[in-house]
Write a protein that binds this ligand. Structure first.
Ligand code: GDP
Length: 601
């Protein structure tokens, strides 16, 4: 299966189908993978399952041992199943091959008591989109009230051994789950009732805790793969290897290494490979191919074992120079007897399929993998947040410098998903006033950013409002002239808006406002105040005019409003000022526009 004989000629052979596990948080993805690994270790002799880098291979004979009567090895020629160790849709979307999903088949784990949850729906959408066949593991059946566990038993036997009450409670949960699947557009049924797995989703009741139903799950996966995927598993087993980067990792003694899932062909320990990099494809020579050492042989220093060659499907660690810019999710190709340029083109073409479009102006986005970058950028697009730079990798000082080139202050921001911020970058962000948001939940990052922008805009409006002249209309009361001039002191009633100290006063002559002076003091019931709101009566000192000449008792006066301020108020802030002030603004604009229709526009 995985080890290849390089002397072999180009005989097509069958590779191991790759299995991914998806589902809502806490529904038991990790436990189920552990159980599969655990039960297959116990059932098989030591070394029967092989631990790969990032994946676990369960060979056919072990599957059939675990499955007991359910599986006869004679019915199969596929070599077994390769489980990706990291569950969840983050890794599923990261792991692509030739534009599609890397996994050939998936297990959607659903807590049978909890049913469909947000991430269940998200997972099912991703599976549908990528057209990945899947089975549903209806997990935690052992938590059914009154359940009597029969560890590692096939479901039928343990189900029959339960009380009527426990059975009917489980049935109830299972039917609800089947209903939810049908609401989501999938015709589903308990797996033993499904005839055609191409049109129907099989539901397998399991317990990751007790192992009940795990034999059934392995049987269904094996059967599905054998029946519907066999053709896709025919590969040229000796061809040049093709794979996907699972992770880029610093490894003591090896420098930067790649954890790769190989899904086609072979790779040798001295071959030239092309890997998708941040800026351009990386061409490099393999220095070492590494597999995990079997548990029994692990010495602390020596976690890995060097191998000469490895064949699909397998997880392998590749040590080679110049891998610093490699990206998780990127393609890896062995060059072998081909032109390097052709292989580079192939890698470029595959990278181009990942849609990460950017604009001239916008924020900076950093993510840990191509898949997550793509997801981030598409969510930001939905939210109409422009992106100026989108890259895989940790936040580095040059990202900060790039962010400072954004025109709008709210775009001088970096959203970092599941990556680290280099220490110098953090300092630089602070110095250069670049905002940095990091999280390992996409929607949380975007929500935080949106809140930040809202707050920023509110603060900006407040500063603008504080620095802008605000409209107000007031009237000199009859018999309230306390002083003719230098300054004139008169009693007024504020009709709308707010009269503020030190503002200019205007009086309309016809439709033309003439500035008559400046307010140099306001007194309300004998006390000095800075402003007077609509509805109040105050006395004001106006420097400039003389009562009886420029102003008269009964005159309607205005705060003199600069055209620019009137325009900002009308166009941008009319929702943010009080109604009476808006009324003053409208009246002021009306008068001005009778004279000049475009005033303040
Ligand atoms: P994940 O977030 O989907 O990977 O979920 P985990 O595998 O971490 O499981 C979440 C919790 O559910 C853990 O406390 C598990 O022990 C528990 N759990 C998972 N599967 C089962 C099951 O079949 N039965 C019971 N009783 N508990 C389970």
């Amino acid at each position: 299966m995985s080890d290849t004989d390089s002397h072999e000629t180009e005989t097509p052979s069958l590779r191991t189908p790759i299995v991914a596990v998806l589902g809502h948080v806490d529904h038991g993805k990790t436990s189920l993978l552990d159980k599969i690994r655990g039960s297959t270790v116990i059932e098989g002799e030591a070394g029967a399952i092989t631990q790969h880098i990032g994946a676990t291979a369960v060979p056919l004979d072990i599957v059939s041992k675990v499955a007991g009567k359910l599986v006869s090895p004679d019915d199969f020629d596929l070599p077994g199943l390769l489980f990706i160790d990291t569950p969840g849709h983050h890794s599923f979307t990261t792991l692509r091959s030739r534009g599609g999903a890397l996994a050939d088949i998936a297990i959607l784990v659903v807590d049978v008591n909890d049913g469909f949850q947000p991430q269940t729906e998200e997972a099912i959408n991703i599976l549908a989109q990528s057209q990945t066949p899947f089975v549903v593991a209806a997990n935690k059946i052992d938590t059914t009230p009154g359940w009597n566990p029969n560890p590692d038993s096939p479901i039928k036997a343990t189900y029959d051994a339960q009380s009527d009450r426990a059975r009917s409670m489980l049935d109830q949960n299972l039917y609800e789950l089947i209903g939810e699947l049908s609401d989501a557009g999938f015709s589903a049924d308990l797996y033993w009732r499904v005839q055609n797995f191409q049109n129907n989703i099989g539901v397998v009741p399991v317990s990751a805790e007790t192992g009940e139903g795990v034999p059934d799950l392995l049987t269904v996966l094996m059967g599905l793969a054998q029946r519907y995927m066999r053709e896709d598993m025919e590969i040229d087993v000796t061809g040049p290897g093709a794979g996907t980067v699972l992770e880029v990792k610093e490894e003591k003694g090896f420098g930067t290494t790649l954890d790769v899932v190989l899904y086609d062909g072979t790779v040798g320990a001295d071959e030239t490979i092309v890997v998708g990099g941040k800026n351009a494809p990386i061409v490099t020579d393999v220095r070492a191919l590494l597999k995990p050492r079997p548990l029994a042989e692990i010495r602390t220093e020596d976690r890995f074992e060097k191998v000469d060659s490895i064949g699909a499907a397998a997880g392998v660690k590749i040590a080679a120079p110049d891998l610093d810019d490699a990206m998780a999710g990127a393609p890896v190709r062995v060059v072998r007897d081909r032109e390097i340029d052709d292989v580079i083109e192939e890698v470029e073409a595959e990278l181009a399929e990942v849609e990460v479009s950017t604009a001239e102006e916008g924020i900076v986005v950093k993510a840990d993998t191509l898949g997550s970058l793509e997801a981030m950028v598409s969510t930001l697009k939905e939210e109409e947040i422009p992106v100026m730079l989108a890259e895989v990798g940790d936040v580095a000082p040059r990202d900060i410098r790039f962010a400072t080139t954004a025109d709008e202050p709210k775009h001088r921001t970096i959203l970092a998903f599941n990556v680290d911020t280099l220490a110098e970058a953090g300092d630089e962000a602070e110095q250069r006033d670049v905002r940095l948001f990091d999280s390992d939940v996409i929607y949380q990052l975007i929500e935080e950013y949106e809140e930040y922008v809202d707050e920023m805009e509110r603060a900006q409006q407040k500063t603008v409002l504080d620095n802008i002249t605000r409209p107000s209309r007031f009237q000199i009361l009859q018999d309230h002239v306390f002083r003719q001039n230098n300054p004139a002191v008169v009693g007024v009633e504020v009709l709308s808006g707010t009269v503020k100290n030190n503002s200019f006063v205007a009086k309309f002559e016809g439709n033309e406002p003439k500035r008559v002076g400046t307010i140099k003091g306001i007194q309300e019931q004998g006390d000095d105040v800075d402003e007077a709101r609509a509805g109040t009566r105050v006395s004001v000192a106006i420097d400039g005019p003389t009562v009886g000449r420029q102003i008269e008792e009964g005159d309607e006066l205005w705060i003199d409003l600069p055209e620019k301020h009137a325009k900002i108020l009308e166009q941008e802030l009319s929702d943010d000022i009080p109604g009476d002030e808006l009324e003053a603004l409208r009246m002021y604009l009306d008068k001005q526009r009778k004279r000049d229709p475009f005033w303040g526009k």
